[in-house]
Each structure stands twice: as structure tokens, then as C-alpha cells.
Design a protein. Structure first.
Length: 474
């Protein structure tokens, strides 16, 4: 019997801080190089996942997928950050985190990025790549020295914990969207992705064969980001800018309860922010450091959450939000008319203006006064999120300018030069700018069991000549 099997800890309390048994700890088959190699490969794959999920946000029409991609891109960004930090702890600047660790992994990720259809993309991400990432994390947990390389083991466990839920979401979504013929049609390509993983010797390279990856399939033509926002068929009349919710919200004449309805609309309409922010992340991919992408991805995800809070608000009020035109011309106009730096300027300018008394605090006060506890919860956290976003802007946008004042006026000027196309969208027959408010407000009043306020019922301010900050359009 070997010495270590007789080893006794004090009173039999688990030894080694509970990391592992002594029998496991005396096994010396692991190295820093092995650990680094696996971490870098995982880093590459998760970073590519972050990029390709972000790229799809703008033009993916289906709301549930658009918001899920926002979430999953953010989760991937957090894992990338964990991995970068751990690699940075392993005595090796330069870290080499920007280089491609294996051409077969590059082929795999290029192919998934170039998926020809949404179900193919879901299948590639959620049934092929993410499960392979989870397996690689499992192998780190069993192979890495639990004591010497405990920080890496922790990282692998955290990634597994956070990324695991992506598989559940993706499989459930795919089940609803797929049919036998779609599955059969893409099977050869799924097998092809498997061949790429085999050529890589799995995500972590543990079974490396030195084989070349197969030639590109869909990735023969490189992926092109589509910056034009799209919505599914539930979003009818998305060019409609016939109701100016800010004008209602800041009017002293209207009640707090009535304003909560308009705030739910403002929240769900925030779906345009992820659509716009994704374009900034894609276009500044090479120009900004990783920390920029991490923080902006968090902000993007928050904005998707804000939209979903609006959705929940309408469900709570028993109102079918599909009757409401949820406008997308803000993201559309910004994406099609400005460059990434200009869009960032507009974003910062708007968010900075949300901070003074008339902004997010005001919305929270209105929600509290309204007697709608759900609105109060949502505005409370919405306010907190927006404070964070203003800080992110101060870290990543303002330092490019001489002063805060310059940074703000640049954003204001960029916003002013965006053509709202209010009249031309109407003249082209894309919308009538129908005033949907009286109808939805009347429905809410039935739910609230009250008579509509006659003044609120005739509210009819539009965006024709005013921006969302109530500045006149020049
Ligand atoms: Fe927001
Ligand atoms: Fe925000």
C-alpha cells in the first residue's frame, strides 16, 4: 500500500481545503503549459461565440432570439474575461490572446458564424459548439491539478455553470422552430462541424491528430454583418412615430398611474438599443480593447432586459403589446446614417440626459406614486442600470474628447444630424403614424377599473418635430 493511502488528516477533517483527496493530489501529471493551452483555446472559442451572437442581434427578427442572443453574448463576454484574467496570472506576457490557437477551431467558428439559416445557427451554437465547450471544461476539472492549478479549475467550473443554460435554451428554441426536413437537410453540415472539432482534437486539443481541417463550406464567403434592424411579424407598423411618450411623461397634467402605461411602452421600445449597440461592438471590434467590449456587452444586455420589463408590464396589465406599434426607426436611422463613433456619441448624450432629476429618478418617483408595484420594481432597477451605463460612457466614450462638455455636444450634434424621415416614411406608405394611444389607454383603464381621464385620452403629440429629449428637430 502506498504511503498516501495511510495519510491521516486531523480528526479526519477533509484535507487540502476540500479541493481533492490526497490520492488525487499526489498525481503529478499536469503542467502550466497544458493549462495555458487549454485556457487559450477556450478563450478563442468563447470570444468568437460572443462576437457571432452580438452580430446577429440587429437583424434577427424574432424578439425572443434577439433578447436571448443579447444575454448569451454577455454571458460569453464574462467567461472570456475570466479566462483572460487567468491566462494573465500564468507568468506569460505577452499573453498571445489575440492569435488563433488552431486553424481547425477557426474553421469551426467561421462556419457557425456563416450559418445559412437561423435554425442552422442555433444548431451550430447550442448543439455543437457550446456542448463541446462544456466537455472541455469538464476535462479541465478532472485533469488539472486540483491544488496546484486550483484557480483554473475554479474558472472551468464557473464557465460550466454559466454556459450550461445556453444548451437548454437553444435546444428548446430549436425544437419549436425545426421540423424533420430541416434537420435532415442540415445534418451533413452538422457532421462537417463535427469533423472540424475532430481535426482540432476537441475544443481543448486533447485529442490532437495534426489533421488539417476540411475546406470551408458556408464560410467560403466571409460573414457580413447586417446593420439593418429587423422585427418579427408581431411588430406591426414599426415605422410609426405617431406617439411621443416623453411628451406625455413630462406633462404635469397626467396622473402617475396613466404614466406607468407610457413607461412600459418606453421600456419595450428599448429593444432598439441592443440593435444599435450591436453595430458599435461589431464595427469597433478591432479598435477597442476587450474591457470596452465586456462593459458595452453588459450594457447591451441591460437594454434588452429593459425591453423585456416592458413586455412583462403589458402582460401584467392584460394588454396585448402586439397591438402597439413598437418603433424601430431610432436604431434603423442611427445604424444607416451614422458611423460607430457617432452612434456612441448619441447613446452617451441620451443616457447622460437620463441622469438629472427629470430623467430616471423621475420615472422611479412616478412609478412609486402610481401604486403599481411592478412598475416601481422595474424603474428602480432601470435607474440603477442607467447610472451604470452613464459610468461606462464616462470610461469609454468621454476620454476621447477634450472635456465632458465637448463629448456631450458631439453626441448632441450627431443626434441632430440624423434624419428622422418622419414625413418620408409616411409619404412612402411605410406608416400612417396612427395614434395608438387612446385605444391602449382605454384598455388599461378597463383593467384599472376607472374612467379614462378625458385629457389623457386626447393626447396626440407625435415625433414629427420633437426628439425624445423634447428638443425641436432642426
Ligand atoms: Fe435602458
Ligand atoms: Fe442604458
Amino acid at each position: 500500500m502506498k504511503q498516501h493511502n495511510e495519510y491521516q488528516s486531523y480528526l479526519g477533517i477533509p484535507p487540502l481545503a476540500g479541493l481533492c483527496s490526497m490520492a488525487r493530489a499526489v498525481d503529478g501529471t499536469w503542467s502550466l503549459d497544458e493549462s495555458l493551452g487549454r485556457l487559450k483555446r477556450l478563450h478563442y472559442v468563447l470570444k468568437r461565440l460572443h462576437e457571432m451572437l452580438t452580430e446577429r442581434i440587429t437583424a434577427e427578427p424574432i424578439y425572443e432570439l434577439k433578447t436571448a442572443f443579447s444575454y448569451h453574448a454577455y454571458l460569453c463576454a464574462e467567461q472570456v474575461t475570466l479566462l483572460r484574467r487567468r491566462v494573465g496570472e500564468m507568468r506569460e506576457p505577452p499573453l498571445g490572446l489575440e492569435s488563433v490557437p488552431d486553424p481547425a477551431l477557426a474553421r469551426l467558428m467561421d462556419e457557425v458564424e456563416c450559418s445559412p439559416t437561423t435554425p442552422a445557427f442555433l444548431a451550430g451554437v447550442y448543439t455543437v459548439v457550446v456542448p463541446a465547450v462544456l466537455q472541455a471544461c469538464d476535462r479541465i476539472r478532472s485533469d488539472a491539478h486540483p491544488l496546484a492549478d486550483a484557480p483554473t479549475v475554479r474558472v472551468a467550473r464557473l464557465i460550466h455553470f454559466e454556459i450550461g443554460e445556453l444548451v437548454d435554451f437553444g435546444s428548446a428554441a430549436l425544437k419549436q422552430m425545426d421540423d424533420e426536413s430541416l434537420i435532415a437537410e442540415r445534418q451533413p453540415w452538422i457532421d462537417y462541424l463535427r469533423t472540424c472539432i475532430d481535426a482540432a482534437g476537441e475544443i481543448d486539443g486533447v485529442q490532437a491528430t495534426g489533421e488539417d481541417p476540411p475546406p470551408p463550406w458556408h464560410s467560403v464567403t466571409p460573414y457580413r454583418y447586417d446593420n439593418e434592424p429587423r422585427r418579427d411579424e408581431r411588430f406591426q407598423d414599426p415605422y410609426n412615430a405617431g406617439v411621443n411618450p416623453e411628451a406625455f411623461l413630462y406633462d404635469q397634467d397626467f396622473s402617475a398611474q396613466d404614466k406607468t402605461l407610457m413607461m412600459y411602452y418606453k421600456r419595450i421600445r428599448e429593444l432598439d438599443v441592443p440593435e444599435m449597440m450591436a453595430s458599435i461592438l461589431v464595427e469597433l471590434r478591432q479598435e477597442e480593447p476587450w474591457e470596452f467590449h465586456l462593459e458595452m456587452s453588459r450594457q447591451l444586455w441591460d437594454e434588452a432586459r429593459h425591453a423585456m420589463m416592458g413586455e412583462v408590464g403589458f402582460v401584467a396589465l392584460g394588454i396585448d403589446w402586439r397591438q402597439i406599434p413598437i418603433n424601430f426607426t431610432w436604431s434603423r436611422n442611427l445604424n444607416l446614417q451614422l458611423n460607430a463613433r457617432e452612434r456612441h456619441g448619441v447613446l452617451f448624450f441620451i443616457e447622460q440626459n437620463l441622469m438629472p432629476r427629470t430623467g430616471k429618478r423621475y420615472e422611479w418617483e412616478v412609478a412609486n406614486e402610481s401604486g403599481d408595484p411592478l412598475s416601481a420594481v422595474f424603474q428602480d432597477f432601470d435607474w440603477a442600470d442607467e447610472v451604470l451605463h452613464a459610468q461606462i460612457g464616462r470610461r469609454w466614450y468621454v476620454p476621447r474628447y477634450e472635456s465632458l462638455k465637448d463629448a456631450l455636444s458631439y453626441g448632441d450634434a450627431c443626434w441632430s444630424k440624423v434624419l428622422s424621415h418622419w414625413k418620408s416614411y409616411r409619404d412612402q406608405g411605410l406608416t400612417q403614424h396612427r395614434n395608438w394611444w387612446p385605444e391602449i389607454y382605454s384598455q388599461a383603464c378597463i383593467g384599472w377599473d376607472k374612467d379614462p381621464d378625458p385629457r389623457a385620452l386626447v393626447f396626440c403629440e407625435t415625433y414629427e418635430d420633437k426628439r425624445a429629449d423634447l428638443e425641436k428637430i432642426r
